[in-house]
Design a protein around this ligand. Structure first.
Ligand code: PCA
Length: 216
């Protein structure tokens, strides 16, 4: 009998754009192996590359069969943990990715819908984060670089599975670390914030009880 706990896959990206680190990877790595709400957290790095990231994500989902997938990326210029609401079907890169690709106005999936919503309970997660005092927000765009691309590909992957095999998934952006510039967030707060957000996603089945009016 297989008694292994169901898994949560947390992905972070490698460094890009001339940086020497990416806080998304450092943060998810710190959570690797933890037990949370009856699940086991598994952290994996994916490349900051349009093609390579999606290939690796698909492989990870195939191999680990997670119940929940949260992809995490860095968003320089933001000061809060950003719970992404929507993935859009476009790649429009202002810099080259780590494989030298720089798609401009190219759909992620030419046959896919214009957008997908996250299936994470983002309002409940926001409230849980606010209770800890860690700066958090719902974000209406994950940009048009590799993060949005992976977010869209993840939701597309999930949508194509039958209802019975459906996994829950979404995307979270974290700010820079203090050594990267401002605004920033300490790594310990990112790690704690991601743990709280993940636990909330595991414990909240529907994101309906919380009206937007209750959350500033
Ligand atoms: N941030 C980039 C890609 C990788 C990352 O960590 C983005 O926001 O698209």
């Amino acid at each position: 009998m297989n008694t292994a706990p169901p898994r949560v896959l947390l992905t972070g990206f490698d460094a890009f754009g001339g940086a020497s680190l990416n806080p998304s990877w450092l943060a998810v790595q710190a959570l690797n192996g933890e037990a949370l709400a009856g699940h086991k957290l598994l952290a994996a790095q994916i490349p900051t590359a349009f093609s390579g990231s999606v290939r690796e994500l698909a492989r990870l989902v195939r191999v680990h069969k997670p119940a929940l997938v949260i992809c995490v990326g860095q968003a320089g210029g933001r000061s809060a943990i950003s719970l992404e609401r929507i993935a859009i079907n476009i790649a429009d890169a202002s810099i080259a990715d780590n494989e030298g690709a720089q798609p401009v106005d190219v759909p992620v999936n030419p046959k896919g819908p214009a957008a997908y919503f996250s299936t994470l309970p983002i309002k409940a997660m926001l409230l849980a984060l606010q209770k800890t005092g860690i700066p958090a927000e719902v974000s209406q765009t994950a940009g048009t670089f590799v993060c949005n691309h992976v977010f869209y590909a993840l939701m597309n992957m999930i949508a194509k599975r039958g209802k019975a095999a459906r996994i829950r998934g979404g995307f979270i952006h974290v700010p820079w670390l203090p050594e990267q510039g401002r605004p920033s967030m300490e790594l310990a707060d990112m790690v704690k914030g991601l743990r709280v957000a993940t636990e909330c996603a595991l414990l909240t089945s529907a994101d309906t009880a919380l009206g937007a009016g209750r959350i500033s």
